[in-house]
Write a protein that binds this ligand. Sequence first.
Ligand code: ZN
Length: 345
Amino acid sequence: MKRDTTQQAVVNYSHEKGSVEIREVSRPGIGEDDVLLEVANVGVCGSDLHQWTADHSWAVNYPVVLGHEFGGVIVELGDKISSWKIGDRVVSETAAIINSNSPLSRSGHYNLDPDRRGFGYGVDGAMTRYVRVPARCLHQIPDHLTFEKACLTEPCCVAYNAVVGNSRIEPGDRVVVLGPGAIGILCAAIAKLCGADVAVVGLDVDRQRLKIAEQYQCAAIIGDASSWARQIDGLGADVIIDAAGVSLALKTALELVRPGGQITKVGWGPDPLSFSLDPLVQKNVTLQGSFSHHWTIWEKVIYLLAESKLNVSPIIGGIWPITQWKEAFEKMHHGEVVKSVLKPA
Ligand SMILES: [Zn+2]
């Protein structure tokens, strides 16, 4: 379909540091399996910041419209779409392109398909007014769930997969979350839902964000968490969630985890390790990576959000029009807010 209408978008246009600006782009056309979504809200992800500061470790298809945490209203349907209608309120998964014939996709693990390309780096994302979305990515949300909250379904799903899918947490477990960013705090909130005692650990500069962690009834620790981790029987925490990513965090995790415990790594960091993994062997620790999410997790998380069992309001630091993306990015980058949310201008 040919369109000549344009829209403002937050565009990441090269691999140079700071290569993000508002550009006038064409409103996307859609294919027969797509819908056109009018974006209501879009969350700023740490990965959007990484592409802006050019310290990301994934390939970006420049120029690309940023934004993969979004929800909105369907305004146009592809010819083959019969299960959705104009006006449906939806959120979208992030796997914009997958190879549906790959063994991983066929077994429901399309999030791990090597051909997967996500919104905001592989294809144009949602920091604009209209975004093209394959219908298979969509999930309906109930009318009472606001888009300000619903747009954060995606980071909640990342956290859910790390804590529920890729860790085994039992009521009464002690869980340490390293890194008080949005994913870290959401991991902590979900570990609380699993019945764990949870501490969120950060640095001195994280004071503001750690206050938010306390709103989820988590202990907030600056620096050394070993006394909290060892408080019950002196052996360490059952589960460490590494939502910080830097190599040093894994070293800390190995110190804090109890023998036979688990470390789940959800944070990214491009630097090599500079320490021995022998404690992993000696303590018989399970080290598990966690990436992305899939359909079932999305349905669970939407239910938790809709029933207010998981409240994302404390992490939302403000809502900015996309034209003020820079202020929204900077506030998050400097840790003044945990999560910035944008809306079309
Ligand atoms: Zn994200």
